[in-house]
Design a protein. Structure first.
Length: 153
């Protein structure tokens, strides 16, 4: 197989699930392949969560923010593992789950480069995107990635 190290940006959208299934088909005959399931956590979600739950005072100490950030990332990681894991139960390749913080396109591009991914297999649009339109994240990744990009409907 030509691709051995595939990154799948994953946000639990139908489009991301389709991309994950497509990636598993690509590596189905390659036991040395590796799938990277990446969730990009927009830290505005964390800010909103902290403010809405009133868990952080107006002037939080750095340790509290770091702890809450870690808890948030751990919850996202467990959620993605559960959701994607259901689709990967019969996949005979190594699977790595990661949560990165920041703008999704930037996180995807940085992760791909850092981990030497030879393919980014992603959905055409994420949660909340307009139907029939290439999402802004998939468009930005397609335009800027050094790795090859497969956009899945």
């Amino acid at each position: 197989m030509i691709y051995h190290n595939i990154l799948i940006p994953y946000d639990k959208s139908d489009s991301a699930r389709h991309a994950l299934v497509a990636a598993t088909r690509i590596v189905a005959d390659d036991p040395k392949a590796k799938l990277h399931i990446l969730y990009s956590a927009d830290m505005t979600d964390l800010d909103f969560m902290m403010l809405s739950q009133k868990r952080v005072a107006v002037d939080p100490e750095a340790a509290d923010v770091d702890r809450l950030r870690g808890e948030y990332i751990d919850r996202r990681l467990a959620d993605i593992k559960e959701d994607a894991g259901a689709l990967l139960k019969d996949t005979p390749v190594e699977v790595v789950y990661e949560v990165e913080c920041g703008k999704p396109a930037d996180a995807i591009l940085e992760y791909s480069e850092k981990n030497g991914c030879d393919l980014i297999c992603m959905g055409c649009r994420g949660i909340g995107a307009l139907r029939g339109v290439l999402g802004s994240v998939s468009y930005a990744v397609l335009r800027s990635a050094d790795a090859q990009v497969l956009i899945v409907k």
